[in-house]
Design a protein around this ligand. Structure first.
Ligand SMILES: Cc1ncc(C[n+]2csc(CCOP(=O)(O)OP(=O)(O)O)c2C)c(N)n1
Ligand SMILES: [Mg+2]
Length: 263
């Protein structure tokens, strides 16, 4: 007889997920990992043009963050967005074609890894400009608030965006307009080669307090903890609650800017 999956971490709560849902979370994380491993091979073989930023090690935060989202909910992503868009429901075949610049790609090969988007799935783009997804998320959340159908938005960003003016503008506007958006910082404490301490002094919890919004720290390696936290926050936003900043620290292995073509 097959043993049901056992979970011993802190993320689970009674009735939160059953064994099949646990397996589905694993499938989603595995799909992202395998996709990026293959993309890395193709990049090294020069089959993928431009740059390729992998999110290996961050699968749990992508899958956990998107777990409570439906098709009408939105996400805005970053230069490191493969996991986010796959977790939101993009199919691997059209996405890989997009990375390879092919007509069969999600955006007919015009966007590539850093500008892939599918608004029909609530995917408002990966983004090559650090911090730029935050404004897009605020805009999508404004539309969601006006529609008043309970839709929410998750704005993924890295710690490198925190010293940008765009971060201030988007978070402040979301706070004063009570927009239904989760600002989710995958914090690996580096922006390219610059440690976070060289860029900003205050921790994200203090930043959130400065804007008068909530803050939650979660274990970015624990998909259940991220999913449970996000499920609670998304439910709160669907009921009309205001924005929140969620911080799952990211794995140091993802600090590299681009996967090298030759190693
Ligand atoms: C506005 C802007 N400035 C600089 C860059 C160059 N750049 C590309 S990735 C990156 C680091 C971003 O760091 P972070 O947001 O923490 O993401 P991480 O790569 O650490 O996941 C920078 C500075 C850029 N793309 N956009
Ligand atoms: Mg970073």
């Amino acid at each position: 007889m097959t043993q049901a999956p056992q979970y011993t971490g802190t993320g689970t709560g009674t009735g939160f997920v059953d064994a099949e849902q646990l397996l589905e979370m694993y499938r989603r994380m595995r799909r992202i990992r395998r996709f990026e491993e293959r993309a890395s091979e193709l990049y090294k073989a020069t089959e993928i043009p431009g740059f390729l930023h992998l999110s290996i090690g961050q699968e749990a935060s992508a899958v956990g963050a998107c777990w409570p989202l439906g098709a009408r909910d939105g996400i805005a992503s970053t230069h490191r967005g493969h996991g986010h868009v796959l977790a939101k429901g993009l199919d691997t075949a059209s996405m890989m074609a997009e990375l390879m610049g092919k007509e069969a790609g999600t955006c007919h090969g015009r966007g590539g890894s850093m500008h892939i988007a599918d608004p029909g799935l609530g995917i408002y783009g990966a983004n090559g400009i650090v911090g730029a997804g935050l404004h897009i998320a605020a805009g999508v959340a404004t539309a969601a608030k006006l529609r008043a159908a309970g839709d929410v938005v998750v704005a993924f960003f890295g710690d490198g965006a925190v010293a940008q003016g765009m971060f201030h503008e988007a978070v402040n506007l979301a706070a004063v307009w009570d927009l239904p958006v989760v600002f989710l910082c995958e914090n690996n404490h580096y922006s390219e080669f610059s440690p976070a301490a060289d860029q900003h002094r205050a921790p994200l919890s203090a930043r959130a307090a400065g804007y008068g919004i909530g803050y939650e720290h979660v274990d970015g390696n624990d998909v259940l903890e991220v999913a449970r936290t996000m499920t609670g926050q998304v439910e709160r936003l669907r009921q009309g609650g205001g924005p929140v900043l969620v911080e799952p620290p990211a794995a140091p292995s993802t600090t590299g800017t681009s996967t090298p073509r030759s190693t």
